[in-house]
Write a protein that binds this ligand. Structure first.
Ligand code: HAM
Length: 421
């Protein structure tokens, strides 16, 4: 055991049959997004480091402390994606998607990498389901995107609360930054070292600091909503009208600022208290300046990402499990070499008609095979030997109650489809 290699801290293995259940869950999410016009995009796991330092932003914790960055053999600095939005914007620009009809709605399921201190709900490798909508600047786009997240939680019957805020735009934010700076300078000696640095570079980040002392100081800090320009104010009230029209409950929380630098105007989080300290299951917002920041033209955008491990924790905490697909329908127990070959071809026929069928691969005794069929949860078994093959009939055993009945090998697939409904 001593020289056995262990998984890296902060990573997880998904074991069967849970992996199948997760795949069904992921398909449900993608399907709900597809119903609203979101089409799946896939981008690389690693990108040029500069994409994230420019995209996610130099003052974010992600870029400052959490990226898995390495030099490749060609001497380029590469980074494992800490989030999905920057890569999607890079692809949009590089592949000319911005020339397509707008809005462009893109969804994804990806793995992300952040060097954070692992704990329940916080990992170094984690998965996100995300959606990004490009081209639409109206509050209707914000409302529709938030409605997608609400629909997901409703479809999974999960309780959650929505908190929204507006953090303004490049026009009004400098005023707010100034007010924040003036306020925090007065309390500078109480701030942690990181926040003292943030004071100079981006005082907004102090509002997001995890230290309870900085949190206490931030309680009485000026609120961004009091500094919004007319355009941001109208946008924010337009979003609220939209949410009300869709009967989506929300609260305005001026403390929500989000940990990434690209946001403008709307920011939002879906939060639960049921899974411990890492209760933000989903976060997102508008990022009207990111496409330009990454070298494109002016293109408004809004998106979100949902942490899938946190979604799973919430499912567990709510006593729900992602549905596990039905196990094996028919397990064929062959006796001897010829019967094994016959069983193999019978299984292929069943499988091509969508039946989950298996047969013995281990040359085991009938008893051991029956035991295995029970362990994998097979609904029916059929013992197949020379006699059955020559008679053209097999005895089927229903495993739930031991009931046995005969089926002809002629028209066998149709019969199995009929009995397994
Ligand atoms: P984010 O808030 O950094 O936003 O991450 C989104 C979600 O990913 C979080 O709410 C959380 O559920 C999950 N998450 C983040 N870090 C971890 C971790 N270490 N372990 C487990 N789960 C984690 C973004 O990533 C933005 N790209 C969202 C977005 C898309 N904004 C606009 N478009």
């Amino acid at each position: 055991m001593s020289n056995q290699i262990q998984a890296i801290k902060g990573t997880q293995d998904v074991l069967p049959p849970y992996g199948d259940a997760l795949r069904i869950l992921e398909n449900t999410l993608l399907e709900l997004a597809r119903n609203r016009g979101y089409s799946e995009i896939r981008t690389p796991v690693f990108e040029a480091t500069e994409l994230f330092s420019r995209g996610v932003g130099g003052t974010s914790d992600i870029v400052q402390k959490e990226m898995y960055t390495f030099m490749d053999k060609g001497g380029r600095s590469l980074t494992l994606r800490p989030e999905g939005t920057a890569g999607v914007v890079r692809a949009l620009l590089e592949r000319g998607l911005f020339n397509e009809a707008m809005p462009q709605k893109l969804s994804y399921i990806i793995s992300c990498y952040r060097y954070e201190k692992p704990q329940a709900g916080r990992y170094r490798e984690f998965r996100q389901f995300g959606a990004e909508c490009f081209g639409a600047s109206s509050p209707a786009a914000d409302g529709e995107l938030i409605a997608l997240v609400s629909a997901i939680f409703a479809a999974l019957a999960l309780p959650i609360r929505l908190e929204i805020n507006s953090i303004g735009c490049p026009k009004c934010r400098p005023d707010y930054h100034r007010a924040l700076k003036e306020y925090f300078v007065k309390h500078a000696e109480n701030l942690c070292r990181t926040c003292q640095e943030r004071l100079e570079r981006n005082p907004l980040r102090i509002l997001d600091c995890k230290s309870p002392i900085c949190g206490g100081v931030a309680q009485n800090a000026p609120k961004g909503l009091d500094y919004l320009c007319k355009e941001c104010e109208v946008h924010f009230s337009g979003l609220q009208d939209f949410l009300q029209a869709l009967s989506i409950e929300y609260t305005v929380n001026p403390r929500i600022v989000r940990g990434l630098d690209y946001y403008t105007k709307t920011v939002f989080e879906f939060i639960t208290d049921a899974i411990g300290a890492q209760g933000t299951v989903c976060g997102g917002g508008r990022y009207d300046g990111l496409v330009e920041e990454l070298g494109g033209g002016s293109l408004p955008a809004i998106g979100f990402a949902m942490g899938l491990e946190r979604l799973e924790l919430l499912l567990q905490a709510s006593g729900k499990k992602p549905p596990i697909p039905a196990p094996c329908t028919l397990y064929i127990v062959p006796m001897g070499d010829a019967a094994t070959k016959y069983a193999a071809s019978l299984c292929e026929k069943l499988r091509s008609s969508g039946v989950h069928a298996q047969f013995d691969l281990m040359v085991r005794s009938v008893k051991a095979q029956m035991k295995y069929a029970g362990k994998i949860g097979a609904a029916y078994t059929a013992v197949l030997g020379g006699d059955e093959m020559s008679a053209g009939k097999v005895i089927i055993k229903r495993m739930s109650d031991g009931e046995r009945f005969e089926l002809g090998l002629e028209g066998f697939v149709e019969e199995i489809l009929r009995i397994s409904g």
